[in-house]
Design a protein around this ligand. Structure first.
Ligand code: GTP
Ligand code: MG
Length: 193
């Protein structure tokens, strides 16, 4: 899919400030610094449409990006970042939950985990919650450029085992550096827009 004019629409913290439109939304969830904003940029071949940072906790609001007249990407704040005060963590949690729970435009979620590590308890909670809410999800193991071919199978097995994923769970490795996995992610998105 080729997006000609991707645009940042707005940031919101509360529902009142979510944009009003009729398109479907695909939301990105995952730990802080896992690569959510980088995935958006890579899919549309823009270096900096979504703000990325080597410092975790960069995306602190819900950011809406319009992909021509096809759909919206919604970049949610990352969870599980240790170095923010409890108050802020609570606020982020509520922000994410409120969006996922209430947004009627929401069609599917892309859940990112780090391909190099065992998914965390936060990752498990998030996956279980999406399942409970019956929100379709693609699990993406990102930063795959850091995992050699020989380590792929054990890495995938660890993710499936830890998150307790069913065999038919949509899943792909992805790298914002090499572009690996782009086609798989687009294929998933097209099913839900
Ligand atoms: P928050 O907004 O803090 O929640 O982070 P995020 O999930 O949006 O992560 P972001 O896209 O800002 O990326 C965090 C860091 O990881 C940056 O330094 C990126 O360059 C790096 N990164 C993201 N994706 C990849 C990848 O596929 N491979 C490698 N090697 N680095 C990546
Ligand atoms: Mg981000």
């Amino acid at each position: 899919m080729k997006i000609h004019n991707p645009e940042f629409v707005c940031s919101a913290v509360i529902e009142k400030n979510y944009p009003k439109h009729q398109l479907k939304e695909i939301a990105l969830v995952g730990r802080s610094n896992v690569g959510k904003s980088s995935l958006i940029n890579k899919l549309i071949n823009r270096k900096k449409l979504a703000r990325t940072s080597s410092q975790p906790g960069r995306t602190q609001t819900i950011n809406f990006y319009k992909m021509d007249d096809y759909f919206y990407f919604v970049d949610l704040p990352g969870y599980g970042f240790a170095k923010v005060p409890l108050e802020v963590k609570k606020k982020w949690g509520e922000m994410i939950e409120h969006y996922l729970y209430n947004r009627s435009n929401l069609s599917a979620v892309i859940q990112l985990v780090d391909a190099r590590h065992k998914p965390t308890e936060d990752d498990q909670m998030m996956y279980n919650w999406l399942k409970e809410m019956k929100i379709p999800a693609l699990v993406v193991a990102t930063k795959a450029d850091k995992v050699s071919r020989g380590k792929r199978k054990p890495a995938k097995d660890l993710i499936f085992k830890t998150l307790n994923l069913p065999e038919n769970q949509p899943f792909t490795f992805f790298s914002a550096q090499t572009g690996e996995g782009k086609d798989e992610v687009w294929k998933f998105i097209k099913e839900y827009i």
